[in-house]
Design a protein. Structure first.
Lengths: 997, 184
């Protein structure tokens, strides 16, 4: 038996196909196709959770995505556990474990229920006031308390073992919602030949036909027609039918995000399947057919377990074959609720009463109720309920006063009418308009190329819906360019026409009362809270929302918004359109992080760029550091060496013998064209037209404002071809910077830029033996000082492959940078290494490179400069041409602030105690005894232990630094003050003779 | 010295195979490539020199045997020769004003083939790859996840996907996941 409330012969599930699951440790039997909610109700369980603020017992309110109460923790195994799952959406699978939340120690006895008694202290906005004073208590007491009390559910702690998939796709017509309207529109669009995607959040198509019992479409029962139509659509080549798929976000230019739940309903998971699939759809036309959401009635104690939406009661009965109770009451302001009574009665369930707050319900439903022998109390209201963990009775009174009558019920189905779901329309930036006659917001001004049809468009009549849908489907298809011929005709009939509806508080929960009549179940907001907000001076709907948190829970006020608005309008004495609606935001329903993160995790989180020599470096035991997206060899520790020892060894070896360094990540841009030199003249501060082919020059590039942007060595390969190098991290932005100027400021120049960073593997061979190492491998290039002096470049071959061989140095040693086509990088490196290693040379990493260049006072842009440093500040005045009439930054450099005395300038620092290594970033002062705050003169930009100098070395930006050479300054640290002497920036081989060795 | 053994070429994706029955991933063989830039008036001479008519419309390519010219911009083409011919020399022989830069090793390529090729690529590429809008011969510089790619449809169910070499493991990895999903 799959539950005591399962009615034999009712519903659309197969009784033989059962599934077992646990709820708070109790094993229950469900049927395949059940939601957790239907399975619980089948087992006569309505109490499923405790409310967020007052910890009041709560039950299942709805049968759909709008559910605010029944949020449960659902798990498959330890790692696959998810909190806050809506029981009305999650399908049962065999072996699933379900737990209630927000209760301790148990659901039936919850200590937090104490909050309900204290509720006078927890009025809306209480935390804005209560926790104001004393200020110190905020950090120690209030915030930790609120943080512990707030939040619903417990986040899983284990890594997510599932994977997620992503698909971008395009279609002519995207139909959101597969109820009568959506199916009819999709059919019409598909027959017209359009490429159609139709999605629906439920496991099957049908929408409202799930709860329906009397609708006939095309001569068939509505639900049957829907399934047949869904199958027919799925069989068409031009149609994709996506069930269990929620359109959660409507973005710019008809870009709609869908999330398809692929495995969450399966008992056994095929591991190759993604748990969810994110669809990012660009549609020429969007048809919104997402229906309407039924509202609850707002009355005293309207939140007891067993009180549910009338349509939910019908869904459980007509689709799942489950009765919500044995003695069911109905409380309505809308005819639709009557049909719930009819269905229950016909299924043999006792209907205690229909209470209708209207004097005049629809005549057809009234007549049917009478003919079925159901008592109808018109002009009456439910003014209270009893029942601790489940509703036990309702108190009914004649509107305007009069004797109250208590009626025993074990479930109460309510309906205040239907709210058109304009969520996606609003997300599309469309403007809603208020229809006063029906008291609802409907799509007004469209901002994107979409159409709304059916209930979400306020179309109530079934045939009108079908006609509207067919027309919209064909119109959208034609507008998207479809030229097929098929036309569709469909007829539909409802059992009853519906009238009625109300928004706001019902009788007994009006302004003169203080009862708890809930409007927002998830955030425990009552009608009186809205009135309090107005009394406290909140007049804007946005303020009222934030003060009360109405509609701010994860259900985003799907049930509460209209009620809250009506109550606010009444309290403000304004009309509803004047008060206005808050904006609907994406996502429509919660979306998992997994679906959003999708492929971007692990090695696919971000590209890890590796050089052609990476595998060799790894095999040598190199440690790597991240430089932008690159993995660069940082240092090569030998067995037993720490970083300091490895770097010291590498530094000494390079200067004594030689070192081999992977410089492949340096940015490279090939500048080609007859105006190449002219262009570089404009981009760099120095002159390029006088550079001869075969020679190189160091260049500095400025921004418009005169500050250093990048630097690098540029080689001239031919009159019309330059090989530009940039910093590793600067490569993409330097190319963009150059391209930007070329296209916008210098479009007259005949020159083109191409990134060649990855074309070339670059092997720097530096040190006294550098020439000896590479010489036997090189063909066609004279490596002598005379033929290939410092700062020159030649093309030839190395190891039989083409090379651009640069004679240059970032170490101050005799050096070469061997550029070879990248696929040859590792082989050439290995050939060089085979010669270098026996000579006693080493491979060195970026840390050694940093130390060696600092020993020579070579700056690193971005480390020794920070976007506020001019070439003059950096001691690079020699790179700035005084003759050129123009270059980027020339005017910036002349700004008064950039030429005045006392600017921070780059200098060297020598600690008085040579063993002390300064901290990079440390501040520098003139007088360490000055009271705080001291006058800070600047800061240390680079600092290392220099094995070659046998002492510490540092570079620093110091105010008026170049005028302070020889002065003693101080670096105050937490534990001591370090005295330093200001020096020039070259610490090693001041004459530079080694470069020319 | 000439007696040195010629350095061995090692392609970034060498030896990798992947994908699913719906979308097979194969690293492309080494090819020669140039990034070609030129104004419109140089196009006839360059086309003649290269033996392939440089296309002038967006998203189009032209092929002659194993040589392909892909339109990337109003003055920009990626020219690929699968036989490894000297494209730099060919372009230089045109006598027309242009910029040719050898990018044979900068780029590498993955061949994505099979009925699920579109879906596999669309796992990270937002373009509409339906045959109507992206027919055989269509090409475009676009993105795959966080990588820039050049996409070139060589047959109804085969794409050549070019990317910079250091992005190729990322591209191959993302395509592998896309190919797996395409099989469902």
């Amino acid at each position: 038996m799959s539950g005591v409330n399962r009615i034999s012969g009712a519903g659309r599930l197969t009784p033989a196909r059962t599934a077992r699951f646990t709820f708070d440790g109790r094993t229950l039997t469900a049927l395949e196709g059940d939601t957790v909610a239907s399975a619980l109700i089948a087992n006569d369980i309505h109490l499923v959770g405790r409310s967020f603020k007052y910890h009041r017992p709560r039950g299942i309110l709805s049968a759909g995505a709008e559910e605010p109460n029944a949020l449960l923790d659902v798990s498959r195994d330890a790692a696959r556990r998810q909190p806050n799952v809506r029981a009305t959406v999650q399908e049962v699978f065999d072996g699933m474990n379900v737990s209630s939340q927000n209760r301790w120690p148990s659901l039936a006895f919850d200590v937090g229920g104490f909050n309900d008694l204290l509720s006078p202290f927890f009025a809306a906005g209480f935390y804005y006031k209560t926790f104001m004073w004393p200020k110190a208590a905020w950090h120690n007491l209030y915030e930790p308390f609120i943080r512990r009390a707030a939040g619903l559910g417990v986040a899983p702690t284990e890594p997510d073992p599932d994977h997620y998939a992503s698909r971008y796709t395009h279609c002519d017509v995207l139909v959101v919602g597969a109820g009568v309207a959506g199916l009819a529109a999709a059919l019409a669009a598909a027959k017209a030949g359009a490429k159609v995607i139709i999605c629906d959040e439920q496991p099957e198509v049908g929408g409202a036909l799930h709860y329906d019992s009397g609708t006939v479409v095309d001569g068939k029962p509505g639900y049957t027609w829907a399934q047949e139509t869904g199958k027919a659509l799925a069989g068409m080549d031009n149609v994709t039918v996506l069930t269990r798929t929620t359109a959660f976000g409507y973005y710019n230019h008809n870009f709609v995000g869908l999330v398809e739940r692929v495995t969450d309903h399966l008992a056994a998971i095929d591991k190759t399947l993604p748990r969810e699939r994110l669809w990012q759809v660009r549609a020429k036309k969007v048809i919104l057919a997402n229906g309407a959401i039924e509202r609850h009635m707002v009355f005293a104690n309207n939140d007891r377990p067993g009180i549910m939406l009338a349509s939910a009661g019908r869904t459980y009965l007509n689709h799942f074959g489950v009765s919500v109770g044995k003695q069911v009451g109905i409380y309505a302001a809308h005819d639709s609720a009557y049909e719930a009574a009819f269905d229950l009665k016909k299924a043999g369930v006792a209907v205690a009463v229909i209470v209708d707050c209207r004097e005049r319900p629809g005549e057809a439903v009234l007549a049917e109720a009478r003919s079925l022998g159901i008592e109808v109390l018109t002009g009456h209201s439910v003014v209270n309920t009893t029942g601790k963990l489940r509703i036990a009775s309702i108190t009914v009174a004649r509107n305007g006063g009069g004797g109250a009558r208590k009626i025993a019920v074990d479930a109460l189905l309510v309906s205040a009418g239907w709210t058109p779901s304009v969520h996606l329309f609003s997300q599309s930036r469309g403007k809603v308009k208020f229809d006063a006659a029906t008291e609802r917001f409907l799509p007004g001004t469209y901002a994107q190329d979409c159409l709304s049809i059916g209930a979400c468009n306020g179309t109530d009549d079934l045939q009108a819906t079908i006609d509207e849908a067919l027309a919209a489907g064909e119109l959208a298809a034609r507008a998207a360019g479809a030229e097929g011929g098929g036309q569709v005709a469909l007829t539909g009939q409802n059992a009853f026409e519906w009238t009625g509806g109300m928004i706001g508080a019902a009788e007994g929960a009006g302004p003169d009362t203080t009862v708890k009549a809930f409007i927002d179940f998830q955030h425990d907001v009552c009608a009186k809270d809205i009135r309090l907000a107005v009394r406290e001076g909140m007049h804007s709907v946005e303020h009222i929302k934030r003060f009360t948190t109405n509609g701010m829970a994860s259900d985003q006020g799907k049930l509460s918004n209209m009620h809250g608005l009506a109550i606010a309008a009444e309290a403000l004495g304004k009309g509803i359109p004047e008060v206005g609606l808050t904006t609907f935001r994406q996502p429509y329903t919660p979306v998992t992080f997994g679906a959003i993160v999708n492929h971007s995790r692990g090695s696919l989180f971000d590209p890890a760029r590796k050089t052609p020599m990476h595998a060799w470096e790894e095999a040598q035991g190199a440690e790597f550091e991240d430089v932008s997206n690159w993995k660069r060899a940082w240092f090569y520790p030998k067995a037993g060496e720490n970083m300091h020892e490895a770097v010291a060894r590498e530094c000494k070896t390079v200067r004594e013998v030689a070192g081999v360094f992977d410089a492949s990540t340096l940015g490279k841009i090939e500048v080609v064209g007859p105006d190449a030199a002219k262009f570089l003249n404009l981009m760099y501060t120095n002159a390029w037209d006088n550079l001869k082919p075969g020679r190189c020059r160091y260049g500095i590039m400025l921004r418009d404002d005169g500050f250093v942007y990048d630097d690098g060595v540029v080689g001239r390969l031919a009159e019309d071809r330059f090989h530009v190098t940039t910093t590793t991290g600067g490569a993409p932005r330097v190319l963009h910077h150059m391209e930007d100027y070329l296209q916008t400021e210098f479009p007259h120049l005949k020159v083109w830029l191409t990134s060649t960073t990855e074309q070339w593997a670059v092997i720097a061979v530096q040190g006294p033996k550098a020439r000896e190492i590479i010489a036997p491998l090189v063909e066609g290039i004279d490596l002598s000082n005379e033929a290939l002096p410092h700062m020159s470049v030649a093309e030839g071959r190395i190891c039989g492959v083409p090379t651009r061989l640069f004679r240059m140095s970032f170490t101050g040693e005799l050096g070469f940078e061997v550029n070879v086509p990248a696929d040859y990088g590792q082989a050439v490196w290995e050939a060089i290494w085979a010669r270098a290693e026996p000579m006693g040379a080493c491979a060195y990493g970026t840390e050694t490179m940093h130390v060696l260049r600092a020993e020579k006072g070579y700056i690193i842009v971005g480390q020794d400069t920070d976007g506020t440093v001019t070439p003059h500040d950096a001691g690079l005045s020699w790179v700035v041409s005084k003759k050129k009439p123009d270059f980027v930054g020339i005017r910036g450099l002349k700004r008064p602030d950039l030429v005045k005395d006392g600017r921070k300038q780059l200098v060297g620092l020598r600690t008085k105690d040579p063993k002390v290594v300064l901290e990079e970033g440390a501040q520098i002062v003139a007088d360490p005894n000055e009271p705080k705050p001291m006058t800070m003169l600047g800061h240390v930009t680079s600092s290392y232990w220099s094995p070659n100098c046998g002492r510490s070395i540092a570079l620093a930006l110091v105010a008026g630094g170049q005028a302070r050479l020889g002065q003693t300054l101080y670096v105050p640290m937490a534990d001591r003050t370090i005295a330093v002497e200001v020096s020039d920036m070259v610490f090693f081989d001041k004459e530079g003779g080694r470069l020319h060795g | 010295m000439a007696d040195q053994a010629m350095a061995i070429r090692k392609a970034p994706l060498a030896g990798l195979r992947g994908g699913s029955h719906a979308a097979i991933l194969t690293p492309a063989a080494p090819a020669s490539r140039i990034s070609l830039r030129a104004a419109k008036d140089a196009v006839p001479a360059l086309s003649a020199a290269l033996g392939v008519t440089l296309p002038l419309r967006p998203k189009t390519s032209a092929s002659s045997g194993k040589r392909h010219a892909l339109w990337l911009g109003p003055d920009e083409w990626l020219v690929i020769d699968e036989d490894g011919a000297d494209l730099m020399a060919a372009a230089a022989s045109s006598g027309a004003l242009h910029s040719a830069v050898d990018v044979s090793h900068r780029n590498t390529a993955v061949i994505v083939s099979g009925p699920g090729a579109e879906v596999a690529i669309n796992s990270g590429c937002p373009q509409d790859l339906s045959l109507g809008l992206f027919p055989v011969g269509a090409c475009s510089r676009t993105v795959l996840g966080k990588a820039e790619i050049v996409l070139f449809r060589t047959s109804e169910d085969t794409f050549r996907l070019e990317c910079w070499r250091s992005f190729s493991p990322f591209v191959f990895g993302l395509l592998s996941e896309g190919a797996e999903d395409a099989a469902h």
